[in-house]
Write a protein that binds this ligand. Structure first.
Ligand SMILES: [Zn+2]
Ligand SMILES: [Zn+2]
Length: 389
């Protein structure tokens, strides 16, 4: 089959690889009809995530048709149309029973690698390094889906692929980030990053009762999309001092809650941005937490900093004094997608949201390399690329 392979930093190629096969009785094989490039795939592309190997198949946002099931699969059949959540969960360990699916204790065969960096391991994730299981991803013609009775969700025929594909990751991810803020009616929420997850965080904050959402980015087209497609007010951090602008917009108090949808490759003008750039280049710091620092300093006292952006390792100049002295709460986590898929599908069916609003580019799988490059360089007003095998 054809698959999108990581061949080194900023080098992605569509290669011929062996078809996936059933390895365990609980597996299914899915023929992929739509898959997407995620912002977090860019961290792999740019070489920020350790333990990638040349030839690894990328992709953790995918959906398609079940073409084969293992002997133990009871709730899925050949021909079912499914969307697949990016965290691989077993469904019966202590974490899965708490619905903390991205912390599943059974699906990362390379848990020891993650334990060295993080203390304990989260779940395995498709196409996201050997440290997170070494699973082949879904930017391909077929994928093996473990624990097929637990993970994929059947989707109704009347919804097209682009309306349900993002239940695999970015819609639940934006939603969980907003939910973590405990939004009360009338609240003002600030969102760093107007990529696809940022868009869903903005929409979700409104769905959960926010009165105002202020979105922060530096690309004019992404700020425009945040205004036009998601209804946010916007700030360009290259043009204004974000702390001062937010203070002024919120009666001198700061936004009630702040959501970081940027993660480890943040940019910033001035001394802090330069500091992180030097430190990460010299491998003295793994992540550039500029959005996170800003969010902590800007948030209203007593508010929540919800972190949806991906961080991989260690950060410097973390303003812990602000967290302690102003009673801030920090919430984060890889998304427990399985917990949100059904309720969010209902919101789509009820017409509350059509997730396809983020799609700007549709390409064939063969063009995946061009899609990565365009998304990474923010060319052609690229927000979200859907690939069709
Ligand atoms: Zn993703
Ligand atoms: Zn589990």
């Amino acid at each position: 089959m054809k698959a999108t392979c990581w061949m080194g930093t900023r080098n992605v190629q569509v290669e011929s690889v062996p078809d996936p096969a059933i390895l365990n009785a609980s597996d299914a094989i899915v023929r992929i009809t739509s898959t997407a490039i995620c912002g977090s795939d860019l961290h792999l592309y740019n070489g920020f995530i350790p333990s990638m190997k040349r030839g690894d198949v990328l992709g953790h946002e995918f959906m398609g048709e079940v073409v084969e099931v293992g002997k133990g699969v009871q709730h899925l059949s050949v021909g079912d149309r499914v969307v697949v959540p990016f965290p691989i969960a077993c469904g019966h360990c202590a974490q899965c029973e708490r619905e903390m699916y991205s912390l599943c204790e059974n699906t990362n065969p390379n848990a020891w690698m993650a334990e060295k960096l993080w203390g304990y391991s989260p779940c395995g994730i498709y196409g996201y390094s050997h440290m997170l299981g070494g699973y082949a991803g879904g930017q391909a013609e077929y994928a093996r889906v473990p624990f097929a009775d637990v993970n994929p969700m059947k989707v109704p025929e009347e919804l097209d692929d682009e309306q349900v594909l993002f239940l695999s990751d970015i819609f639940p991810t934006g939603y969980m980030a907003a939910e973590a803020c405990g939004i009360q009616p009338g609240d003002t929420i600030a969102v760093w990053g107007c990529g696809p997850v940022g868009m869903f965080a903005i929409k979700s904050a409104y769905m959960l009762g926010a009165e105002r959402v202020i979105a922060i980015d530096r690309f004019a087209y992404r700020l425009r999309m945040a205004r036009e497609r998601a209804g946010a007010e916007t700030l360009d951090y290259a043009e204004v001092d974000i702390y001062e602008a937010l203070e002024e917009m919120t009666g001198g108090r700061g936004p009630d809650h702040c959501i970081d949808c940027v993660g480890l490759e943040g940019h910033a003008p001035g001394i802090h941005g330069a500091y992180d750039k030097v430190k990460t280049t010299l491998m003295m710091e793994t992540d550039r937490p500029v959005a996170l620092r800003q969010a902590i300093l800007a948030c209203r006292s007593g508010g929540t900093i919800s972190v949806a952006g991906v961080y991989g390792g260690f950060i410097d100049k973390f303003p812990m004094g602000a967290v302690v002295n102003r009673a801030l709460t920090i919430k984060s986590g890889q998304t427990h997608v399985q917990r949100y898929m059904r309720p969010l599908l209902k919101r789509i069916q009820d017409g509350e949201i059509d997730p396809s609003f983020v799609v700007t580019h549709r390409m064939t799988l063969e063009d995946a390399a061009a899609g990565y490059e365009m998304f990474a360089k923010k060319e052609d007003e690229c927000l979200k690329v859907v690939l069709k095998p």
